[in-house]
Design a protein around this ligand. Structure first.
Ligand code: NAD
Length: 481
């Protein structure tokens, strides 16, 4: 047995063998070798997890005051933080995320989110008493929506799970977490931390499995809300089911965001941020600004800045703190990304750097960071989410055209504007149809909502807005007598 193997599921506060005895190998992205084995849930295990979450709702968890919940969440945050360094390493080995990024988002992120939501409920005022329009008064209660099915992908497995767990628990809900098989091992850290922190049994249940079990969980009659992050295709399927069931659902899906480089942009600032904004996590980031829109008046300068910056990136072992681009998560993902590169090449678009799997990396699923230039926005490589280290540079004549190109996308998740005039950047940002956008910078903010429009999803996570979907409002009317 490997020291990262996890042969048991976490259900109802206990470690239990999967009922079918099933397990799945998790591969190491940088080597392609087996990293460890994870217990895999069957439908019977999902039933048990949902039942445990349901009974925890009406058990001690449901009886806690917001302050008592906040105290427990602070202990949970502490237990996650204590494991942060190991968690970051584990995720890097699972999915290839450069360790410097993983330390921040997987090591630090979940504890920060849990603390953030603990703080929000601790300072909340509770029930809202309002004078009734017709005399008397109404007490508006915020009640937990119930049992939450949280379904997460492999690219940012820890923060994407925490974006659901933290507000759900803060609101008094209970959770069944179904992580992606590629990153099943790190999901058990939430179980370890829950047990250490003394969260009541059944408040968090961890059941890694594939998409069939995920679909079973979404349809489960005892689930009250679904919170999903993943591909737009899966999000549509889940949204259809939830629509039929009239079940609340939050969907964080794909993206194909645009970076608008304006005529007065400081290209040094733009280039210094390119990795973080456009290629973060080896390009496996839903909000990455992968379409670079460049003014014709400065087109060659922008192409040179993008090409030189991308060419200089350090590709290699994701556990090395100096690495900027690691391997993709899986062979399937690399095949998909190389397929898009071939498609762009076949369509006649010019590559200024990259364009294949690096010969220097015989093991693992590396792809050279790649830049296509002179691209038309209608090209497949400009319209579809590649989810790898591939950028397209697209020229524009004036800002009206830049806005039209940026908005000519199925998606609407992120984006960036580069300008030395912040007010102009803000005005331009307002014209982009997306859920988030950055000016000379792009980074999620725990205190502000994150999510998309159009095919990028429904609803918001993070900020106070990310707590609201885990409550249901109940109005209790009192008359005058
Ligand atoms: P995926 O949609 O295939 O899988 C995501 C998760 O959903 C996995 O746990 C999977 O087992 C499960 N799943 C898949 N189909 C399901 C179904 N029909 N019912 C229930 N569960 C199902 O996505 P992926 O390949 O793992 O992740 C990459 C995608 O996720 C990209 O498209 C990316 O843009 C998107 N993503 C979006 C955000 C965001 O916040 N908007 C964040 C990260 C990733």
């Amino acid at each position: 047995m490997n020291d990262v193997d996890r042969n048991e599921l976490f259900i109802g506060g206990r470690w239990v063998a999967p009922q079918s005895g099933a397990g799945t190998d998790v591969l190491e992205a940088a080597t392609g070798k087996v990293l460890g084995r994870s217990a895999t849930a069957s439908n019977a295990d999902i039933d048990a997890a949902v039942a445990a979450a349901r009974s925890a709702l009406s058990g001690p968890w449901g009886a806690l005051s917001p302050t008592e919940r906040a105290d427990l969440l602070d202990r949970f945050a502490g237990a996650l933080k204590a494991r942060g360094r190991d968690t970051a390493r584990l995720v890097t080995r699972e999915n290839g995320m450069p360790i410097s990024l993983s330390n921040a988002v997987n090591g630090f992120g979940p504890a920060a989110m849990v603390s953030y939501y603990a703080g929000l409920i601790r300072s909340s005022t509770g029930d809202d008493v309002r004078p009734s329009t017709f005399g008397g008064r109404t007490v508006v209660r915020r009640e937990p929506v119930g049992v939450v099915a949280a379904i997460t992908p492999w690219n940012y497995p820890q923060p994407l799970a925490a974006m659901k767990l933290a507000p759900a628990l803060a609101a008094g809900c209970t959770v069944v977490l179904k992580p992606a098989p590629e990153t099943a091992l790190d999901a058990f850290v939430f179980a370890d931390a829950a047990a250490d922190a003394g969260l009541p049994a059944g408040v968090i249940n961890v059941v890694p499995a594939g998409r069939e079990a995920g679909a079973y969980l979404v349809e489960h009659p005892e689930v009250d809300k679904v919170a999903f992050t993943g591909s737009t295709a899966a999000g549509r399927a889940i949204g259809e089911v939830c629509g039929r069931l009239l079940r609340p659902v939050t969907l964080e899906l794909g993206g194909k965001s645009a970076s608008i480089v304006t005529e007065n942009a400081d290209l040094d600032v733009f280039a210094a941020n390119l990795l973080e904004v456009s290629l973060v996590n080896n390009g496996q980031t839903c909000h990455a600004s992968t379409r670079i829109l460049a003014p014709r008046s400065r087109y060659d300068e922008v192409v040179d800045a993008v090409t030189e910056t991308v060419r200089a990136l350090t590709v290699g072992d994701p556990l090395d703190p100096a690495t900027q681009i690691g391997p993709l998560v899986s062979e399937a993902q690399r095949t998909r990304v190389l397929g898009y590169i071939e498609d762009g090449r076949a369509a006649g678009y010019r590559i200024t750097t990259g364009g294949s799997a690096p010969a220097s990396q015989p093991l693992g699923w590396f792809v050279e960071p790649t830049v296509f230039v002179d691209v038309d926005n209608s090209a497949r490589i400009a319209q579809e989410e590649i989810f790898g280290p591939v950028l397209t540079v697209i020229p524009f004549a004036d800002e009206d055209e830049a806005v039209a190109i940026a908005n000519d996308s199925e998606y609407g998740l992120g984006g960036t504007v580069w300008t030395t005039d912040e007010q102009h950047g803000f005005d331009l940002a307002a014209r982009i149809h997306s859920g988030t956008i950055g000016v000379n910078h792009y980074a999620l903010d725990l205190n502000a909502p994150f999510g998309g429009v159009k095919a990028s999803g429904l609803g918001r996570e993070l900020g106070p807005e990310g707590l609201a979907p885990y409550y249901t409002a109940k109005s209790v009317y009192f008359g005058t007598r």
